[in-house]
Design a protein around this ligand. Sequence first.
Ligand SMILES: Cc1ncc(COP(=O)(O)O)c(C=O)c1O
Length: 211
Amino acid sequence: EKMWLHIDGAYGGGFTILPEYEWIAEGWSEADSIIINPHKTLFVPLDFSVLYVRDIERLRRVFSLVPEYLRGDTLETERNYMDYGIQLGRRFRALKAWMIWRAFGREGVLGLMREHLRLARLFGEWVSASDDFELSAPISMGVVCFRAKDKIDAFNSRIVESINRSGRAYLNQTKLRGQTVIRLGLGNILTTEKHLREAWELIQETARSLA
Ligand SMILES: Cc1ncc(COP(=O)(O)O)c(C=O)c1O
């Protein structure tokens, strides 16, 4: 009961705006703090993170430190963000988020997210249908984890490194259950099915050329 429950929804938290992903937020009402990075899934360019804190006064008690020369800047009646974190000077990050969400609207943002989810699943179908690759995890959001079938970890790493060196696509890699897997992430506002198809062709070509 005395534990601080923090929910790190940096990547996944943004999906909760889709009605079909509301399940992600189950239990969030118990949290003391929640973080979401709209620069990951809600189309805001780096950087823009949102922190929700149940008891915001606790942050103020920890961080508020007002030197003499700033006394005039801290009116009791207004929320001054320098009292809630380490940073004093900060950029007006909220403006770009406001612009983007106003420009696309809620429906526009939902539509783009659903398109990325469609592309992630489509990519998953291509991988599953291929003789040379396999999915390494179910696809739940916009990241697809897969690997070259029956190949050692180093071979999968070489695929990623070679593609990234080419500058034509950018992939990364991680370990899942002790095995190296390739990660493809969807989330850029400009990504279309054409780009995805080109990336898939590049991945297959690269694997063939390295075999
Ligand atoms: C689950 C998770 N937590 C935290 C972070 C870090 O977020 P930030 O870059 O805002 O520190 C990331 C990604 O960068 C992430 O995916």
